[in-house]
Design a protein around this ligand. Structure first.
Ligand SMILES: *Cc1c(COP(=O)(O)O)cnc(C)c1O
Length: 377
């Protein structure tokens, strides 16, 4: 722990909450540069949807903007307005597109929708013609995900009359999205690339965007003009078939609220699920499932107190965790001290594995209650 961080953890703000989320902006920026370097011919955007994967979208986007990122993807207009207001010169792209009735706000705010259907393409084009100026957009073509994007029949219609359908639209890129990029052996990724190329051959020329974080690792064929990393920026391994090349970005610390001696036949926590096996000590920590820490993690994982392992025991409560701190030497254990829940000893991917989920979910569920401390900004 840097002395800097020690000071922040002792601050009056930190004292008001049970747990603190430390976000290393230098590591975030290093991860964005790493992604940009892997796709040297392309612009490297940053996906900051879901409140910057739980880390704070404006804080994340601002740090990346200062390091050279210019394009930011968000999910909805609400987030788009937040990011664009903080960074008026940025290109802020809205993945959910242009729902009916939002044309005026999107265009007035200078947001760029990602259009996923011909209906949306026509809506945006019509509004542009009404304004008498071109409006920027990306167009998302589905190549097999069957989630968002123009389905094949709509793509055919677009290919038959691009000039008419794109009238009024300042087309900034064709976009598609990979379904299986995190599995290098899945042939569907190659098939999607083939479909992208087949579509491009029938469409007017414009920049192209295909790859998320994992896609970037599939090589230059997948980079095109604009890459869209999300998860890798925030530390989890975007290419799980190899050791994690990204730097860890977050550290989650919970306050030690109380320490007690226990001995058999004591039990700990709700439903008395944890039975104490030998005399020892238990600490109550100030976070729980209401902070997005999965209830399914009961009895799993290890916290770290002053460099000593403290297994997490018993049920996860709403606002509390319990840890076996028997192995922590007396002079290092104190009420008001901190226990690392996510940190160098246990990264986001490890927590996800223990909980039977993915790093994306662990990050995006990080609670609103945590006091967020940004370091190395
Ligand atoms: C979420 C998302 C991304 C980023 O994906 P990661 O796997 O987090 O890198 C890119 N493009 C689209 C369309 C997305 O929805």
């Amino acid at each position: 722990m840097t002395s800097d961080l020690a000071g922040l953890l002792n601050s009056p703000d930190a004292a008001r909450v049970g747990a603190v989320l430390v976000i290393d902006l230098a590591a975030l920026v290093a991860n964005w540069r790493d992604m940009a370097d892997r796709a040297p011919g392309a612009e490297c955007a940053a996906v900051v949807k879901a409140n910057g994967y739980g880390l704070g979208d404006v804080a994340v986007a601002t740090a990346l903007w200062q390091s050279g990122a210019r394009s930011f993807f968000v999910a909805d207009i609400e987030a788009g307005v937040r990011v664009k207001t903080a960074l008026p010169q940025s290109r802020t792209l809205v993945l959910h597109g242009v729902p009916a009735g939002t044309e005026a706000e999107l265009s007035a705010r200078g947001l760029v929708p990602v259009l996923s259907s011909l209906c949306e393409v026509e809506r945006w084009g019509a509004y542009a013609r009404k304004l008498g100026r071109k409006l920027p957009a990306l167009i998302h073509i589905d190549t097999g995900m069957n989630r968002l994007g123009l389905p094949p029949a709509e793509l055919d219609r677009l290919c038959n009359d691009p000039a008419g359908l794109l009238d009024g639209i300042d087309l900034q890129a064709w976009m598609s999205h990979l379904a299986c990029a995190d599995d290098p052996t899945n042939p569907f990724t190659v098939e999607q690339l083939r479909r992208v190329r087949a579509a491009l051959a029938r469409l007017p020329n414009a920049p192209v965007s295909l790859s998320n974080s994992a896609g970037i690792f599939h090589g230059t064929d997948y980079h095109f003009d604009l890459v869209r990393p999300g998860i890798g920026l925030y530390g989890p391994n975007p290419a799980p078939w190899a050791p994690n090349p990204m730097r860890p970005v977050i550290r989650l610390l919970a306050r030690i609220l109380q320490i007690r001696d226990v001995a058999p036949p004591d039990t700990v926590g709700y439903d008395a699920t944890h039975r104490v096996a030998a005399p020892g000590r238990v600490a109550a920590l100030g976070m729980g499932y209401a902070d997005g820490y999965p209830w399914s993690l009961a009895g799993k994982g290890v916290a770290m107190v002053a460099g000593h392992a403290a297994p997490l025991i018993g049920r996860v409560s709403m606002d509390l965790l319990t840890a076996d701190v028997t192995g922590v030497p007396d002079h290092l254990l104190q009420v008001g001290g901190w226990a690392d829940i996510i940190g160098p000893h246990r990264d986001v991917d490890q927590v996800a594995k223990e909980a039977g989920t993915i790093g994306y979910e662990v990050l995006t569920r990080l609670g609103a209650r945590y006091h967020r401390i940004y370091i190395n900004g």
